[in-house]
Ligand binder design. Structure first.
Ligand code: 2DT
Ligand code: MG
Length: 212
């Protein structure tokens, strides 16, 4: 076989959509089916840059808005060599948030356009599949209160939701919208179907570059 790379699979969505739960379920399902897979999440709060981001999200520090945007992007770039290595080894990566969250969250702030926000992430490894877990603000609020971190308010999240909608118009990305109001099991089945198709076709395709 000429090429046996893993697939780059991203889960996106607003808070409370169930991304983390579904990433874990998908990881188990892929492994059970004999397909090597690992999970990653952004921000990765374990690196030096990630710790700056984490303190900002926990409101232990304040950072200028452009600066924090670039830190989120740098936090992805610093993991690119590792991501490429794993993908080349045939490991599928399941990623909890990626550049789409980066753009949706920053561009929900006053004075930021989608275009500026996308620039720093141009050229990142391009996901083979981006599943957007769709949940209305009304349904999200039924799942309980937001937490204490920055950005965790209903008003901000609804602007984020609109920005994601704009990003989903980009047909160069393989977006799949998943109805996250279904049961955990049904969402899982849906996500697994899309992912298996993607893993089994990615082998023959070169890894692309995001937004290029
Ligand atoms: P978690 O709750 O999933 O840890 O996310 N965010 C995330 C950004 O503003 N920019 C980014 O590039 C990324 C990846 C979304 C923490 C918060 O960080 C936001 C929620
Ligand atoms: Mg959170």
């Amino acid at each position: 076989m000429a090429c046996t790379r893993g697939a780059l699979i991203v889960l996106e969505g607003v808070d409370k959509a169930g991304k983390t739960t579904q990433c874990k379920r998908l990881l188990e399902a892929l492994r059970r089916s004999g397909r090597p897979a690992e999970m990653m999440r952004f921000p990765d709060r374990t690196t030096a840059i990630g710790q700056l981001i984490s303190a900002y999200l926990e409101k232990k520090s304040d950072l200028e808005d452009h600066t924090v945007h670039l830190l989120f992007s740098a936090n992805r770039w610093e993991l690119v060599p590792l991501m490429r290595k794993k993908l080349e080894q045939g490991i599928t990566l399941i990623v909890d948030r990626y550049a789409f969250s980066g753009v949706a969250f920053t561009s929900a702030k006053p004075g930021f356009c989608l275009d500026w926000c996308m620039k720093a992430d141009v050229g990142l490894p391009k996901p083979d599949l981006v599943m957007f877990l769709q949940l209305s603000p009304a349904e999200a609020s039924l799942r309980g209160q937001f937490g204490e971190e920055r950005y965790e308010t209903g008003v901000f999240q609804s602007v984020v939701q609109q920005r994601f909608e704009e990003l989903r118009k980009d047909s160069s990305i393989n977006w799949q919208v998943i109805d996250a109001s279904q049961s955990v099991e049904d969402v899982h089945k849906n996500i697994t179907t899309h992912s298996l198709n993607t893993v089994d076709t990615a082998h023959n395709l070169p890894l692309g570059e995001l937004w290029k």
